[in-house]
Design a protein. Structure first.
Length: 318
């Protein structure tokens, strides 16, 4: 009932009377008043005017299960598990997936005690400022195609940020989101599969949202939406915009079975496109010109000899 009342208040520009809410939910005025009190305690600004009813003013940057659910518009994120603190949302999402959680289930935490990045790195996850979320998916694709989901996720974050804030970010292949040349978001995709099929995929997304600064050792390579925009961003609403964008790109990916329908949109967001890049390969580093991705999400790099290499994985420095 709390999420539904919140949604109604947000959707309504004017006032909703207490009587109307009582009738809609079949509860007493006191029960409605208690929900409103509870929302105010969580930080919502709701005006209550005698003979008119309740009017929603502002939700600021509230991160709760109710707030996230009230922002969700599509199929992804209909089930949200929210934590104030957790070891890692990816670890939790994998556990939920093992226990049968539905595709589209979302785990969000305000902070992580053991946030994990790619290549076994740590993902610093302080409270009150950033987005740490993991989406459980059960795509009917071959395990070899799962790595493409990470590019789908990068597109979704790029598009979600654009819709929510108007900020035009770039994707650094395969899945870092950058702004002003600095990293804004990282994505860690993990899966459980056997040869014939995927049990589940967990797409973990970490976004620096309202961080006001970074330690000196990373300030030359890391940024936040706040630092780029000069204003704070509502994290719950950003999460919903990213999930909504994800749904569109995901449906296109699943219908094609590869990234062929998304190549041009991906390449248009890619910071490396047309640029000289250095591929940090375990067999030896090399440089070439990044042309774009192909339908498998491989980075096409043209060598000086004219040969085009297909980069499957590896670090790319711009
Ligand atoms: C990277 O190294 O670029 C990937 C970072 C991914 C971090 C996110 S935060 C939410 C999810 N939970 C984790 O422990 N990691 C991912």
């Amino acid at each position: 009932m709390k999420t539904e009342i919140l949604k109604l208040l947000k959707e309504n520009d004017g006032y909703i009377s207490g009587q109307e809410l009582c009738e809609r939910f079949g509860v007493s005025r006191t029960a409605i008043w208690k929900v409103i009190q509870n929302l105010e305690e969580e930080g919502y600004k709701i005006e209550a005017v005698r003979n008119k009813g309740y009017h929603f003013i502002d939700s600021c940057d509230i991160m709760t299960k109710t707030e996230i659910e009230s922002c969700i518009r599509g199929k992804l994120g209909r089930v949200v598990e929210y934590h104030d603190a957790i070891d890692s949302t990816n670890i939790r999402a994998k556990r939920l997936a093992e226990d049968g959680a539905l595709s589209g289930t979302l785990v969000v935490s305000d902070c992580q005690k053991a946030g994990r990045g790619r290549r076994g790195r740590e993902w610093v996850s302080p409270s009150g400022t950033n987005v740490f979320m993991s989406l459980i998916l059960r795509p009917d694709i071959l395990p070899g195609s799962a790595s493409m989901l990470t590019l789908v996720a990068a597109l979704a974050v790029h598009e979600g940020i654009l819709r929510e804030t108007g900020l035009e970010t770039s994707i650094k292949w395969p899945n870092d989101i950058v702004a002003g040349g600095k990293k804004l978001c990282g994505i860690l995709t993990e899966m459980s599969a056997e040869l014939e099929g995927i049990h589940y995929v967990v797409v973990g997304i970490g976004i620096n949202v309202n961080m006001e600064g970074f330690p000196e050792e990373v300030s030359s390579v890391a940024t936040s939406l706040y630092l780029e925009l000069g204003e704070k961003v509502r994290r719950s609403s950003l999460i919903a915009s990213i999930l909504e964008a994800f749904e569109g790109f995901y449906e296109e990916f699943i219908s094609q079975g590869d990234l062929s329908g998304l190549i041009s949109v991906y390449n248009s967001c890619m910071i490396n496109a047309g640029r000289e890049v250095r591929i940090l390969d375990h067999a030896g580093d090399y440089t070439g010109k990044a042309i774009g991705i192909n339908e498998k999400g491989e980075l096409l790099v043209e060598m000086q000899s004219g040969e085009v290499k297909h980069v499957i994985s590896g670090e790319v420095s711009v």
